[in-house]
Design a protein around this ligand. Structure first.
Ligand SMILES: Cc1cc2nc3c(=O)[nH]c(=O)nc-3n(C[C@H](O)[C@H](O)[C@H](O)COP(=O)(O)OP(=O)(O)OC[C@H]3O[C@@H](n4cnc5c(N)ncnc54)[C@H](O)[C@@H]3O)c2cc1C
Length: 459
């Protein structure tokens, strides 16, 4: 059977559902089809509940510093339901020299931190005189050039906490295009940051907060799906894309779909598998990082420092990448009088650790973490959550891949590609990516329908 739509969206994760929301909000008359391979929506977002414990298979939180995400939360009424953990109140720790040290979150903390020697602190200022290198570099090479090798453990934990990635492989141009722009425009990153602070509107300063919901992260995608902004086709896999004079032909394992416009809202590798048949990309696949979440409940004798959690740089040689002190940040994640820790294992540098069975993984994590904080007794609750989602790594090929996407979107009219690993990997990144795709699609549609042209937001 053939079904006709104005727009077909491939993928019912956060990106695809957000794209449908943004499109219908602006043009309620659009007939949208959303195709999702699994029997549930949400993709990488999935909440775990058992015996009074609540944890996450995928994302644990996102920052309240992105307007597109905040608008989406308001539209869904989730701004009244969300829980926030301000980073100013919930310190992040770094494992350094086998101990937990607070990560500096302000220039004042940076001056007094034991994480950098005095020469290391003075070396930070050399950034003011270092000419920007125009070519792309790994994040590690870029940070060492600008601020000295002393900062690498702190940079390492920043990329571990977001990408579960390797600072010596991720591309600075792909991961931090805004930072690079500041550096290049001002001739130094510090100069750029100072200039930006001076021009920032008052009230825009201060640290953001992490968001989750009492019912867990999947509440977000469940509500988006329940809005019914499109005809949702679950348990349906898109297997082929084709084109003719009328637009796109989307082949699935059930029906064939037709639409003049197509939004691919898939993780980058799944997109490449479909689009690669139409136009050869510069790489067939991007590297990914998988992680396991070792969920542990402890009794009241556990002494877990108040804070967000900790991360360990590779140089510390620890087993776990770090752990979140989840019940400190978000209450009611575990039974009264207990503490919930969620430790992360694996990542780009240690996929072999994911081969361990659950018992071995739990015991290695307990052994590792109990040397960092007083955990006198083993956990009273454990679960190992192995997400099917893999975090795409924006490494040195990524700028070429973005160039290829630009040319494919130009070559194939009505095509819009967004989602996990294209314009970033975090929830805020993919929501922005969906908003941008919706905006571009509507801007393209307006002249045909004779409506007033839309002012593009992002370009
Ligand atoms: C383990 C892990 C931890 C994370 N932690 C955080 C965090 O703490 N904070 C944060 O901000 N972000 C985090 N992220 C990233 C966040 O989960 C993603 O940004 C977001 O969920 C991506 O949404 P998406 O819709 O682009 O992709 P996905 O969630 O992968 O959804 C894509 C959907 O497309 C479907 N699909 C795939 N192929 C086809 C096909 N051929 N036909 C039809 N459907 C198809 C899939 O089934 C899936 O439902 C994490 C990710 C992972 C994996």
């Amino acid at each position: 059977m053939e079904k006709n739509f104005d727009v077909v969206i491939v993928g019912g994760g956060l990106t695809g559902l957000s794209a449908a929301h943004f499109l219908v909000k602006r043009d309620p008359g659009l007939k949208i089809g959303i195709v999702e391979k699994e029997a549930r929506t949400g993709g990488a977002i999935q909440t775990f509940r058992r015996d009074g414990y609540q944890a996450e298979w995928g994302p644990h939180g996102f920052l309240n510093n992105t307007e597109e995400s905040l608008a989406l939360l308001r539209d869904l009424g989730l701004d009244r339901e969300m829980q926030t953990a301000p980073l100013g109140d919930f310190r992040r720790f770094i494992c350094f020299g086998g101990k937990l040290e607070p990560l500096p979150q302000s220039p004042k903390m940076l001056l007094s931190t034991p994480l950098l020697s005095l020469p290391g602190k003075l070396r930070l200022l050399a950034d003011l005189w270092k000419k920007p290198r125009m070519e792309d570099q790994t994040i590690g090479a870029w940070a060492a050039y600008r601020f000295g090798a002393g900062v690498l453990p702190m940079v390492d934990v920043a990329v571990t906490g977001t990408f579960a990635g390797d600072l010596h492989r991720l591309s600075i141009d792909a991961v931090m295009p805004g930072v690079r722009r500041l550096e290049k425009e001002a001739g130094s990153l510090l100069r750029g940051v100072i200039k930006k602070k001076k021009t920032a509107p008052s009230g825009a300063r201060g640290l953001p907060a992490m968001i989750n919901f009492p019912a867990g992260m999947e509440r977000f995608t469940d509500l988006l799906a329940a809005e019914g902004k499109g005809d949702l086709m679950l348990s349906t896999t898109v297997t082929e894309l084709g084109r003719d004079d009328d637009g796109w032909l989307v082949g699935t394992d059930h029906d064939s779909l037709r639409a003049p416009r197509l939004v691919i809202a898939l993780p980058v590798n799944a997109s490449l598998r479909l689009l690669g048949k139409l136009d050869q990309p510069p790489v067939a696949e991007v590297p990914t990082a998988r992680i396991a979440n070792v969920v542990m409940g402890y009794g009241r004798e556990a002494r877990v420092p108040r804070g967000f959690g900790y991360l360990a740089p590779e140089t510390e040689g620890r087993f776990a990448l770090g752990a979140m002190f989840s019940s400190h940040m978000f209450p009611d994640r575990c039974p009264e009088g207990h503490v919930l820790l969620e430790a992360l294992v694996g990542g780009r540098r240690h996929p072999e650790r994911l081969e361990l069975d659950d018992q071995e993984m739990i015991s290695r994590v307990y052994d590792d973490i109990s040397r960092l904080m007083p955990l006198p007794a083993p956990p009273v609750f454990t679960a190992v959550l192995r997400s099917a989602g893999a975090i795409p790594q924006l490494e040195m090929d990524h700028p070429a891949l973005l160039e290829w996407r630009r040319s494919a979107e130009k070559k194939f009219s009505g095509l819009h590609v967004c989602g996990f690993g294209w314009d970033g990997i975090g929830m805020n990144d993919v929501i922005k990516s969906a908003a941008r795709a919706a905006e571009a699609l509507l801007a393209e549609k307006r002249p045909e329908s004779g409506e007033a042209p839309v002012k593009p937001v992002y370009f």
